[in-house]
Design a binder for this molecule. Structure first.
Ligand code: PGA
Length: 241
């Protein structure tokens, strides 16, 4: 894949019924898009995505065991059987609301790799950590521990999402994104993940996509709120290109 192909990833969180998911795909197929599209619907819509071939899609979260007594969890093996090729790992909502640790995330990534599913590892600092000047320390720790023992040969995507910018409308400034992405790029290169692409996430909208897209080492976006409507999602793609 060309490194010039930007990624536009939609994280739907706990939104959309299967019918709404199908409707979105039909509508998006009618729009001319450039870039690599990835959609992360809730697990209840996995089957709706299995029925279409137009868009790459995946899980918002999986458990590191593929079957067993894990009530309420989702299996990467089931994802695979339905044609899902991607999975978010360690979204800040998983880390903060569900207590997921870097050590757990490394297990999840290894399970995904064993099934040839591409992980999208999410990292990012809280506002408190940024204000205490801990951003780089936090990002380095998250990368080193979540990727400990992970094979760097298969595709591994990283999403930098400052926690304070997620769902808040407070997008990081271009200087903050430039610094963070340069740091993540260097850290990934040092740890052998030279081919990993780095997405920015956190209040990405049509009106800030162009500026963010021009920043070095921004290989695409992970988009929450603005990915829920085909119009706002495609406007981001158009403005970024
Ligand atoms: P947001 O969410 O675009 O609504 O800020 C991004 C994310 O949580 O991945």
């Amino acid at each position: 894949m060309s490194s010039m192909t930007k990624i536009f990833a939609a994280n739907w969180k706990l939104h959309k019924t299967p019918a709404e998911s199908r409707e979105f795909c039909t509508k998006l197929q009618a729009v001319k898009t450039t870039g690599e599209i990835m959609i992360f619907p809730p697990a209840t819509s996995w089957e709706a995505f299995a029925a279409q071939k137009a868009f790459a899609w995946g899980a918002q979260n999986i458990w590191h065991e593929v079957k067993g007594a894990f009530t309420g969890e989702n299996s990467a093996a089931v994802l695979k059987s339905l044609g899902g090729t991607l999975a978010l790992v360690g979204h800040s909502e998983r880390r903060q609301l569900f207590g997921e640790t870097d050590e757990l995330l490394a297990k999840k990534i290894k399970t995904l790799q064993s099934l040839a599913i591409t992980p999208v590892l999410c990292i990012g600092e809280t506002l408190d950590e940024r204000e205490k000047n801990l951003t780089e320390k936090v990002l380095r720790h998250q990368l080193q521990h979540s990727l400990a023992g992970v094979d760097s040969a298969p595709r591994v995507i990283v999403a930098y999402e400052p926690v304070w910018a997620i769902g808040t409308g407070k997008v990081a400034s271009e200087a903050q994104v430039r610094d963070a992405h340069a740091f993540v790029r260097t850290t990934l290169n040092e740890t052998g993940f030279k081919n990993s692409q780095i997405l920015y996430g956190g209040s990405v909208k049509a009106d800030n996509a162009k500026g963010l897209n021009a920043i070095p080492h921004v290989d695409g976006f992970l988009i929450g709120g603005a990915s829920l409507e085909v119009d706002s999602f495609t406007q981001i793609m158009q403005n970024a290109n």
